[in-house]
Design a protein around this ligand. Sequence first.
Ligand SMILES: *[C@@H]1O[C@H](CO)[C@@H](O)[C@H](O)[C@H]1NC(C)=O
Ligand SMILES: *[C@@H]1O[C@H](CO)[C@@H](O)[C@H](O)[C@H]1NC(C)=O
Ligand SMILES: *[C@@H]1O[C@H](CO)[C@@H](O)[C@H](O)[C@H]1NC(C)=O
Ligand SMILES: *[C@@H]1O[C@H](CO)[C@@H](O)[C@H](O)[C@H]1NC(C)=O
Length: 173
Amino acid sequence: MASHKITLALILFLTLFTYSNARLGPIKETELTVYFQDYSSGPNATVIECPPPSSGLNFSTFGAMFCADDPITEGFEDSSALIARGRGLNVISSLDGSSAHVMLSIVFIGGKYNGSSIEIYGNDPRTGYREVPVVGGTGKFRLARGYATFETLNFDPVRSHATIRSNLTVLHY
Ligand SMILES: *[C@@H]1O[C@H](CO)[C@@H](O)[C@H](O)[C@H]1NC(C)=O
Ligand SMILES: *[C@@H]1O[C@H](CO)[C@@H](O)[C@H](O)[C@H]1NC(C)=O
Ligand SMILES: *[C@@H]1O[C@H](CO)[C@@H](O)[C@H](O)[C@H]1NC(C)=O
Ligand SMILES: *[C@@H]1O[C@H](CO)[C@@H](O)[C@H](O)[C@H]1NC(C)=O
């Protein structure tokens, strides 16, 4: 009798498990390249130090925290199609200022992923080529995991404008 109950429970569990897998559908892989347009000074700055600095921004001070809302474009030029905003925090998290902790959302506001988002979270070694985990997402990127690379392709000191390319490899349903 008891073993029948266990068998029934097992069948029920497997049915639910199979059903929930079917509902999620097969896992997909998406690769995309986007460009963060980051302005660190002037009236239209897209990244600020929080709390506001007593002197200029210093990206090497342990504990310094920066809040950003960068436009993200489809192409390298900052005039190319705006598809998302890069919103989040960056905290200088190593004593010597060489690495940062990143908590960043790519919030799509145009293009084919409009309405979806990707969450990027973890250590940024602040070297020429950085890799940060993708830990989640919404919409088309539900249950996302993967990784994002970041490379600063250009910095214009006159406009305090950095162009940062991000290649993302994301597994999602
Ligand atoms: C800041 O943005 C405003 C509104 O878009 C624009 O008129 C102005 O020229 C910009 N200023 C600079 C320095 O880019
Ligand atoms: C920024 O902070 C670092 C570490 O605190 C210091 O060595 C450096 O001189 C500072 N740079 C500027 C421009 O203030
Ligand atoms: C993105 O989606 C929002 C909400 O559905 C909509 O209002 C907006 O027009 C869309 N933007 C673009 C560029 O498609
Ligand atoms: C990012 O993608 C571009 C083109 O798709 C490629 O040229 C570049 O090497 C990639 N960067 C990294 C760090 O993988």
